[in-house]
Design a protein around this ligand. Structure first.
Ligand code: GLN
Length: 537
């Protein structure tokens, strides 16, 4: 078993997740089987109950795990499906240890951070290595070195190296190398300090990845090498890149892949980047351009809707289209009206929770429906579009979701199995679920299959009592669950593209296998734009 442990210093938000994914990718390109683990040193059991404003999007896995968004990056870069076991949190580790203690399994011993917590951390990591049979397990330690929370994890990683041997555990430390604007000089002091901190914990990095605006200069690399006791070739530049998907190639150019292979005594094939390069080339050379409005509540934090952003990046390359995303706060739509949506070639309403901003989302759905603008509603967005239709087409003015308020016309209602649920964490309808698609429908032409699996995260659904009415007025449910009772996809008859999905197609989008619904929305937007431009004014 081989492990690459990625730590971070100086500040958070250095793109450690992208570094981890990219290092994994360059090894994978040599024919190795790679998997990845994210350690989150917080006490929450998982990310499910966390506000997207604090940590960005909650990513959902096939098995229903609600996890850190970095697992989304691993899945997208490596094109693998991970499980919730791949996100290790302090909450999970401590819960296991405390439960074991309550069962008396420690036989009267004093239960301590060292060795009991550190053993449990290593056990979880080694189990993944065994279960996945990966050649290399990437382990990203969240937070920055020096945080109290991450101490037990770093100690466990130190022990791992001791137990598994130097060739089998490779430490990569990512740091910030700021440039003093006036003099244009790259500063290595923060890196020196954070490596010192890391070494005080008994970990000597094997490689340092310096995040900086430009490539690290020779002098900077030499300095870091000298002060941090890392070979010159192992001081790597991670400059700002046009696309995150270019980072593996930037590393490859610096010989990072061969260096790690050599140090870890790994053998593989010659890397083949043909498809990946083609993907980037198409992304960087668009022939068309569109603008999509994303109407949501968490638009002020860049990472709240990261999977949608990535899904559109994937579609952008495949459709040779520059996609401008306009992030529109649904509360602003409420206040200022739908003028904010003018000029959009498509509108997307993503998932969400709670009442704030819902009227703005309903206005946006109506605007798209009445003006023939391509529209996709995802999860909460799907539900908002259904409410809008019930209000303005079926004529139920008070139509609403019981998540938000009591109403005479609860067109969106709690899933039956949710009625007895009283805990918040991990209790939604989660993960991959089977969806049956009607032959000949728009959904069918998009997915080209009658059975699909997509990822879910919801408590509410379309109230079955209203289905007949919706259908009679043209809101057609072309995708349902296995029982036929649960509505999964709608498409509006007579509208060029007005669709919604109760599931989240964005979570399964990969660079070389983009989300079918995002692709379809972009295609519809391209047509919308073309028609608009060709219309004589
Ligand atoms: N709040 C809605 C529900 O629970 C939608 C959830 C979501 O968009 N992920 O059904």
């Amino acid at each position: 078993m081989k492990y690459i442990v990625v730590t971070g210093g100086v500040i958070s938000g250095l793109g450690k997740g992208i570094t981890t994914s990219s290092l994994g990718k360059i090894l994978q390109s040599r024919g190795l089987k790679i998997t990845a683990i994210k350690i989150d040193p917080y006490l929450n059991y998982d990310a499910g109950t966390m506000n997207p404003y604090q940590h960005g999007e909650v990513f959902v896995l096939e098995d229903g795990g609600e996890v850190d968004l970095d697992l989304g990056n691993y899945e997208r870069f490596l094109d693998v499906d991970l499980t919730s076991e791949h996100n290790i949190t302090t909450g999970k580790v401590y819960l296991t240890v405390i439960e074991r203690e309550r069962k008396g399994e420690y036989l009267g011993k004093t239960v301590q951070i060292i060795p009991h917590i550190t053993e449990e951390i290593k056990r979880r990591i080694k189990r993944i290595a065994m279960d996945t049979m990966a050649n290399v397990v990437m382990v990203e330690v969240g937070g920055t070195v020096g945080d109290i929370e991450s101490m037990p994890f770093l100690e466990a990683m130190r022990q791992l190296r001791m137990e598994e041997g130097e060739k089998n555990v490779f430490f990569v430390h990512t740091t910030l190398v700021p440039t003093m604007e006036v003099v244009g000089e790259q500063k290595t002091k923060p890196t020196q300090h954070s490596v010192k901190e890391l070494r005080s914990l008994g970990i000597q990095p094997d490689m340092i990845v310096g995040r900086s605006k430009e490539m690290l200069s020779e002098e900077t690399r030499r300095k870091i090498s000298l002060f941090c006791d890392v070979p010159y070739e192992a001081v790597v530049s991670a400059p700002d890149a046009k696309s995150i998907y270019e980072v593996p190639l930037i590393f490859e150019k610096q010989g990072v892949g061969d260096y790690i292979m050599g140090k870890m005594q790994l053998w593989g094939e010659r890397p083949d980047w043909k498809e990946w390069k083609k993907y980037l080339e198409n992304l960087y050379n668009p022939k068309y351009e569109i603008t999509i409005g994303i109407v949501g509540k968490y638009v002020h934090l860049r990472d709240s809707y990261i999977s949608h952003r990535e899904a559109f990046t994937h579609a952008a390359s495949h459709l040779r289209t520059r996609i401008n995303l306009r992030w529109i706060d649904s509360e602003n739509v409420e206040e200022k009206g739908t003028e904010l949506l003018e000029g959009m070639d498509a509108i997307l309403i993503p998932g969400g929770f709670g009442i704030r901003g819902t009227e703005g989302k309903i206005m946006a759905a109506r605007y798209a429906r009445e003006n023939g603008i391509p529209f996709l509603g995802v999860c909460f967005g799907f539900q908002m579009a259904v409410i809008e239709f019930a209000r303005h087409v079926l004529g139920y003015e008070d139509a609403y979701s019981t998540e938000l308020a009591r109403t005479e016309h609860p067109v969106i209602d709690l899933l039956p199995e949710q009625r007895s649920v009283d805990k918040l964490g991990g209790t939604m309808r989660l993960g991959a679920q089977k969806i049956v698609i009607e032959k000949g429908s728009m959904a069918h032409s998009i997915y080209k299959s009658e059975i699909i699996y997509e990822r879910h995260r919801h408590r509410y659904e379309v109230n079955p009592d209203y289905i007949e009415e919706f259908e009679s007025r043209g809101l057609h449910f072309s995708g349902v669950d296995e029982t036929g009772m649960r509505m999964e996809i709608f498409e509006l008859k007579g509208h060029p593209f007005f669709m919604g999905s109760q599931f989240h197609p964005e979570f399964k989008s990969r660079p070389l296998r983009p989300s079918p619904l995002h692709m379809a929305l972009v295609k519809a937007a391209l047509k919308f734009r073309r028609d608009k431009e060709n219309k004589p004014s």
